[in-house]
Unconditional design. Structure first.
Length: 332
């Protein structure tokens, strides 16, 4: 079997970062390529551009480790379809899986069943914290909502009227809205939350639902659109109402469409995540679970429950405006 020899100091530095100092490597550590090992990334709404970057990171890490990476999931935004798709991948008995969870509770049983069957799982982007997953990697969505609230609150000088668009039934987006509304209420009591609008399943529903609000109340300073489709819907609704530029928009994620809108001025800012990092480190973590001898923290550390990987890892969040949007465009 081919052996990949890595510079010990560099590997130690990388892996110590990944495990927050819990892993100690001996000099001259070697990682073996495992072409017989297959790891899956599983998502819902698989056409969503965010997953493309997660998948790129996952593939790069798999190539570095010498294992096979595959992608699975449903194209639908439906929790039953998403769970069914996950169970179909589990039935293939992969070496390990990185899973994003559309609904935290709905994913508990399939994740637990997979782990009980010996398939290690880490979650990314959207978690199922009550499952047996070992670790979660992703943006702290609550804190991202706080960041959005602070940006808008400071722009308004603590006074004004705002609305937000969310997608009901998706745990991570609900956390963004919770952070947003709580921070506004606690820190900016003179900013009125006009309405939390359900963005529905796509940009057309988001536009329709926001247009309904604007038809009765357009005296709004900012809209926080907490997901990409909501950003697109918000732009459409504002354009149709002749309010583009009058009502400011803060979005979420850094897809090309949103970045172009920031450059053109129809969106003022967006919040970045780190999809590449989420995919890359998810692959690293699940590889470590499947090849436990790579971690020397304690004998039989996984079975004993010795904490050798972090329970959670925050991939970070930053505000993107016209001043720094260029650096977020991805090479074709």
């Amino acid at each position: 079997m081919k052996v990949k020899k890595l510079v010990a100091a560099g590997l130690a530095a990388v892996m110590t970062t990944a495990t927050m100092g819990t892993t100690v490597f001996a000099d001259g550590l070697q990682l073996e390529a495992h072409p017989d090992q297959t790891y899956y990334m599983v998502t819902f709404l698989s056409g969503y551009s965010f997953w493309t970057e997660c998948w790129r990171g996952f593939q790069d890490a798999a190539a570095m480790l010498g294992v096979e990476a595959k992608y699975g999931g449903t194209t639908e935004y439906d929790v039953n379809s998403a769970v069914t798709s996950l169970e179909q991948v589990i039935a293939l008995n992969p070496t390990g899986m990185a899973v994003t969870c559309m609904d935290a509770d709905a994913y508990v049983d399939p994740i637990n069943n997979a782990i009980d069957a010996g398939i290690p799982i880490v979650t990314f982007d959207s978690d199922s914290p009550n499952s047996k997953r070992t670790t979660f990697l992703g943006t702290s969505n609550y804190q991202a909502g706080v960041t959005a609230a602070d940006y808008i609150g400071e722009k308004l000088g603590g006074k004004g009227r705002v609305a937000c668009l969310t997608r009901t039934g998706q745990s991570n987006i609900n956390e963004r809205i919770e952070g947003f509304t709580t921070e506004l209420a606690d820190k900016y009591p003179d900013i009125e939350m006009v309405q939390v609008v359900d963005a529905g399943n796509d940009e057309n529903e988001a536009a329709t639902n926001l247009s309904s609000l604007l038809s009765t109340d357009s005296d709004i300073d900012y809209i926080f659109a907490a997901l990409q489709q909501a950003v697109l819907g918000t732009e459409t609704a504002l354009s149709e109402a002749g309010l583009t530029g009058e009502i400011k928009v803060v979005g979420f994620d850094t897809d090309k469409t949103t970045l172009d809108s920031i450059k053109s001025g129809s969106v003022e800012a967006t919040l970045s995540q780190s999809p590449y990092a989420e995919g890359f480190w998810s692959m690293i973590y699940v590889y470590m679970l499947a090849n436990q001898d790579c971690i020397k923290s304690a004998d039989d550390w996984y079975a004993k429950g010795f904490p050798s990987l972090p329970a959670t890892g925050d991939s970070g969040c930053a505000v993107v405006t016209a001043d720094n949007a260029d650096m977020y465009y991805l090479a074709e």
